[in-house]
Design a protein around this ligand. Structure first.
Ligand code: GLN
Length: 489
């Protein structure tokens, strides 16, 4: 196996056994990026020379006994809406094309402490709004399984970079599915943590009550390790909570005997592609063989979650993006005659079509005549969604659904039709609305050879449970050993 095909825990073993050095690992990744990036287009910024330099310095310090630790020198990729001090954080927008972050996000500080080395910033939908990474101002990332198809979004750069072995793991963010859906479309693992488990300090806000940072990895063990590194209370994010410094890798028991898995029938009906559905049904059979108890149930409020999500997310976005006014941050129009014109022209020229659509929609649902009819009603639906999940978790340990209703679609296929694009999130948004955790792992391929993902949902702060349930399936299926992206042209 090539170095860049290894998971992080496999790299750690090889470093420990002195089979690989940190510089060797770093050189392999830099080479891989040079080879694959022209086709895949996953990065907005790379820091290859700096990364190599850091690796060398770190190696010297290790050899002289100055530093040690399990993660020293491990490479990573970061979604470009997470601030890394002194480097560009663009959110894939013209608005922030030249924005240099004056501080690092809390998650980045945590990685820095471990001497993990970032290889660069990864492409995404503009301000994380989208499901295909096509709304990026800079480039269109391609799906490594088929280069004519999208990697999903909005963390499409992160998922494609992991799938094409340009980074061993990456950070993404998930507001309505942006970690899980691209992970599903690219055949990798993506975890959205419980709201509050990971600090949002330094994550450029899209919809603050829904956003969470989380891992995108090659396997479940790596996801549990990266979660362990980034989780924890942070004084600078008052919505973050103390979850007691858990080691999530300890939860991986490879055993689901006696566990109760709920199957909400609404997630297997209209709009779900037949091949996706069939693969999910096979997956459910595997869990039965492994000794889990399976029961179908109804979660009918989920039918309203998508509508509520797009109202709440747009409302919050319209408020959060108010700060990009041409004065304080980012792009300023070159020609203007008064203050109002600075605002108007900077925002008109700096934001792309999808971002504008959301700002307009969000401003509309918050306006005084429509607040009760839309925003308030959506908040009520949000409570009902949350209540229904709570009720379900009285009966079930975890809930299982498809991650995405379809496998990777063609570039351009949905970009002219926002409604169709929004439907990509039909299986993921209710999880953000309820603030609960969910993981997507690959469970097979469709007839075109494209990955299909299964989503495992848990109750608040039950990451250990969903990680174990996912891990047990992963061990049984052996997806990574069987299938590799083909870079089909
Ligand atoms: N695709 C969803 C949207 O466009 C989710 C985005 C996200 O999770 N950041 O809003």
């Amino acid at each position: 196996m090539e170095i860049t095909e290894l998971t992080v825990h496999e790299l750690q073993d090889k470093i420990k056994n002195k089979e690989l050095t940190i510089s060797e690992i770093m050189d392999s990744y830099c080479k891989r990026i040079k080879e694959n990036e022209p086709e895949v287009q996953a990065f907005i910024t790379t820091y290859l020379d700096e990364a190599k330099e850091k690796a060398k310095n770190i190696e010297e310090k290790i050899n002289s006994g100055k530093i040690d630790g399990n993660y020293v020198g491990i490479p990573i990729g970061i979604k470009d809406n997470i601030c890394v001090k002194g480097t560009k954080t663009t959110c894939a927008s013209k608005m922030l094309e030249n924005f240099i972050a004056p501080y690092s996000a809390s998650v980045i500080e945590k990685l820095d402490k471990e001497n993990i080395i970032s290889l660069g910033k990864l492409n995404m939908d503009e301000f994380a709004m989208g499901s295909s990474t096509e709304t990026s101002y800079f480039k269109k990332t391609k799906n490594p399984w088929d280069l004519n198809r999208v990697p999903g979004g909005s963390s499409g750069g992160s998922a494609a970079a992991v799938a094409s072995n340009m980074v061993p793991w990456a950070l993404g963010s998930d507001t309505g599915g942006s970690i899980r859906q691209p992970a599903s479309l690219c055949g990798v693992v993506g975890l959205k943590p419980t709201y509050g488990l990971v600090s949002r300090y330094g994550l450029v806000a899209f919809a603050s009550s829904l956003d969470q940072i989380g891992p995108i990895t090659k396997d479940v063990r790596d996801a549990s390790m990266l979660l362990t590194l980034i989780a924890g209370k942070d004084e600078r994010d008052t919505t973050s909570v103390d979850s007691g410094n858990k080691d999530y890798a300890k939860a991986l028991k490879n055993d689901v005997k006696g566990m109760k898995i709920g199957i909400p029938k609404e997630f297997f009906g209209k709009g779900i592609n037949e091949e996706v559905k069939q693969k999910l049904l096979e997956t459910i059979e595997i869990y039965k063989e492994l000794g889990a108890e399976i029961e179908e149930f109804s979660l009918d409020i989920a039918n309203y979650a998508l509508a509520a999500y797009y109202i709440i997310a747009c409302a919050e976005a319209s408020s959060n993006l108010g700060r990009f006014d041409g004065i304080r941050y980012g792009y300023r129009t070159p020609e203007y005659s008064n203050l109002k014109e600075i605002y108007k022209k900077s925002r008109s020229e700096g934001f792309g079509a999808e971002v504008k659509r959301r700002i307009i929609l969000g401003t509309y649902v918050l306006s005084s005549g429509y607040y009760d009819a839309y925003y308030k009603k959506a908040q009520k639906v949000r409570t009902l969604v949350s209540n229904e999940f709570n009720k379900a978790f009285e009966k079930y340990d975890v809930i299982l659904t498809p991650t995405s209703p379809v496998t990777a679609f063609k570039l351009g296929e949905k970009s002219e039709n926002p409604m169709e694009m929004y439907l990509s999130d039909i299986c993921t948004v209710s999880i953000n609305i309820a603030g609960i955790p969910a993981i997507s792992i690959p469970c097979g391929l469709d007839k075109k050879g494209l990955p299909i993902g299964v989503q495992i949902i848990g109750n608040k702060f039950q990451e250990e449970k969903i990680l174990n349930v996912a891990y047990t399936l992963e061990q049984k299926i052996g997806f990574r050993e069987k299938y590799k992206p083909e870079f089909k042209k």
